[in-house]
Design a protein around this ligand. Structure first.
Ligand code: WT7
Length: 638
């Protein structure tokens, strides 16, 4: 018997549950919600209006998400591993934190936060590597009702500073440094740079990991370990969770859109908890006792939802890995699978393609027989990668779940359910209960029936959807709810095949997906344009064998410094400083002009075709101010 009463058991069961979720959503979610720990029951299950937009679930319900992730498991799962941690360096010892250990450490650190002045509703910026203390920091914030905003360790000082200004976070939790493969990243040093001009930051808590020398400013910077000692001498063990409202913000996570400024996506406590738990239990068909390994970084939504909140609220064992798939060699994932007898592996197509390219010798001799379920997330998975994953890793016996979702959706919306609903290579297949996808065609009509395509929208809210953009509700409205009336617009193109299965075809806006990292072209252009001598630039994506999409920049440069090769390196350096290394263009082509309409608008469609090597499909170029620039750009193509 499974311990999740709402775990879907068969295809028939899926069909029934789906039907109920659409016909009687309040009844459906009310029943599921009753399996969680509440301080006070809700008054109203759902209250929504996509025009304002306003989305509220479980109104007036009171809870604390960490009581659901920790306290409630202490009775029967105290000694079950909650977090199993594999260090970057395979020679170093791994760590296991049972539910009891994690509970204790979260309580301790909640005291540390309190001692340092953090209160309910305060924003706390977390910039750490993938160590258990990151999970502890996140949950300790949630325990006192502070709003965490985790920033991925690959982002630059400037990116952190922008996020600090946007959230007005007065508290930062970081590490001296982080290990990633052969690299050591000086996290505290980056924070110090970010803080130039952020005088509102009151406290920085620094956790020791790499022993990199760091500057510690008196009165502002404190060591994690010293603060824990203080709590120990105070004799504080438990920390009673602070009661939050169902709709209080749980966290802010920044993601790229089609304009230059990243958006602070806000998720709230109850709906997000229920959604991540429900989708985790159903998509992966998790069974108590299984070892589950999600390879994402906690700096992205996948790590929030499927390393921390989904698995822990379900009392699962979540394996977290500090390092990268290719260090010390490309067999690292498979060594981890063998070492911990991983049952469920959730990773990204870009990782699969890169490991596939290293060759099968890294799999040979590794015992992967523990694997029962494989997952894919972040971008469309091409058929070749799907088949390799299926045959070489799953040995044809582990169902692959292709999970489509977004930072904004909080959790998985479209996916097959492992071993329960059928899979189909490169298709995310079917919506989860509560999810009502519609495809809108060029004529703004809802595409009816099967074998159709259009822009992917949702016509009703699900509990885990984001509620606003931090500090800019109007942007939330215009971004997601104004393109099509009364619909949430995802920004993705999609088709529904003759069987009714969904296949995501990629973004239809100016957002790129590079190695599973989402990045806006406008953001990259802004960074390039900050470089000395750059007059103007236009960035588009192009198909890339490993990364999915590569970044192609067309740049008008009139500086005199160095040759093209040096200038390219300099521009890359600027982009790294402004955003982070993940946004560095793969190709930079210097051009004397860009294809523009008479009104001065850059015709990206043409540049995209050139970058994609489809110069026979450029379309109409007669509306260009100067059509000859196109020939010049084609000649100079990299
Ligand atoms: C975008 C969201 C989902 C968490 C990680 C990325 C693309 C995501 C799939 C998939 C095809 C996918 C979409 C989406 N995407 N999963 N299974 N098949 N495309 O979250 O950074 O918010 O990016 O990733 O284009 O809009 P994100």
């Amino acid at each position: 018997m499974s311990s999740y009463p709402y775990q879907i058991k068969s295809l028939d069961d899926y069909n029934q549950q789906y039907k109920r979720s659409v016909e009687a959503p309040e009844e459906f979610w009310g029943e599921i919600a009753s399996h969680f720990t509440w301080r006070k029951k809700w008054n109203k299950i759902l209250n929504w209006d996509f025009r304002t937009p306003q989305i509220k679930w479980f109104e007036e319900g009171k809870l604390n998400i960490t009581e659901n992730c920790l306290d409630r498991h202490l009775a029967d799962k105290a000694n079950v591993p909650a977090i199993v941690w594999e260090p970057n360096n395979p020679e170093e010892h791994h760590r296991v934190l049972t539910y009891k250990d994690l509970y204790f450490k979260v309580c301790q650190f909640a005291h540390v936060l309190k001692n340092n002045g953090v209160e309910k509703g305060d924003r706390v910026c977390i910039y750490m590597g993938m160590i258990p203390e990151l999970v502890i920091a996140v949950l300790a914030c949630a325990r006192i009702g502070a709003i965490h905003t985790v920033v991925f360790g690959g982002f630059s000082a400037k990116s952190i500073s922008d996020r600090l200004h946007d959230t007005r976070a007065e508290f930062i939790i970081t590490c001296d440094g982080a290990y990633r493969g052969a690299k050591e990243i000086p996290l505290k040093g980056v924070i110090d740079d970010a803080l130039i001009g952020c005088d509102f930051v009151k406290k920085i808590i620094v956790c020791t990991r790499t022993h990199t020398p760091v500057s510690m400013i008196k009165g502002r910077d404190v060591w994690w370990e010293d603060e824990i000692k203080k709590v120990e001498t105070q004799g504080n063990a438990d920390f009673t969770a602070v009661e939050t409202d169902a709709e209080d913000p749980l966290f802010i996570l920044y993601t790229s859109g089609s304009t230059g400024k990243p958006k602070g996506v806000v998720h709230t406590c109850a709906g997000y908890m229920i959604w991540t738990n429900y989708t985790f239990v159903n998509v992966f068909q998790y069974q108590p006792g299984q070892m589950y390994f999600c390879t994402a970084d906690i700096g992205w939504i996948t790590g929030h939802s499927y390393i921390i909140y989904g698995p822990l609220s379900a009392g699962a064992t979540s394996l977290m890995f500090e390092g990268i798939p290719t260090w010390p060699d490309a067999g690292r994932f498979w060594e981890i699978v063998e070492k911990y007898k991983v049952n469920i592996l959730y990773t990204a197509p870009t990782a699969i393609r890169s490991l596939m390219a290293y060759g099968d010798m890294y799999i040979e001799g590794k015992d992967l027989s523990s694997l029962k379920v494989l997952g894919s997330v972040g971008e469309p998975i091409n058929e070749e990668a799907w088949h390799w994953y299926n045959s070489k890793i799953g040995k044809g016996e582990a169902p692959i779940v292709d999970t489509w979702w977004q930072t904004e959706t909080g959790g998985i919306l479209i996916s097959n359910l492992a071993g329960i609903t059928p899979s189909k290579p490169s298709f995310a297949t079917l919506p989860l209960p509560g999810v009502q996808p519609v495809l809108i065609d060029d004529k703004l009509n809802e595409a009816q029936g099967n074998d159709v395509k259009g822009n992917l929208c949702m016509k009703a809210p699900w509990p885990g959807m984001c509620r606003t953009i931090y500090g800019d509700h109007e942007r939330f409205r215009t971004n997601y709810f104004s393109t099509y009336e009364n619909l949430y617009f995802s920004g993705d193109g999609c088709l529904r095949d003759i069987d009714g299965d969904y296949r995501i075809t990629g973004r239809v806006d100016d957002v790129l997906n590079v190695s599973g990292h989402r990045i806006g072209t406008a953001e990259i252009e802004n960074a390039i344009n900050m470089h000395e001598g750059v007059m103007e630039s236009a960035v588009v994506g192009y198909p890339h064998d490993i990364k999915g999409q590569g970044i192609y920049a067309f740049v008008i440069y009139q500086g005199s410094h160095g040759n093209n090769e040096m200038t390219r390196k300099d521009i890359n350096e600027t982009v790294t400083k402004i955003i982070g290394a993940i946004a560095k263009p793969d190709k930079i082509q210097f051009v004397s002009n860009l294809p523009k309409t008479r009104s001065g608008k850059i015709m990206r469609r043409i540049l995209r075709k050139i970058a994609e090597n489809e110069i026979n499909a450029l379309g109409d170029t007669t509306t260009l101010l100067d059509p000859t620039v196109v020939d010049e750009i084609i000649k100079g193509k990299l």
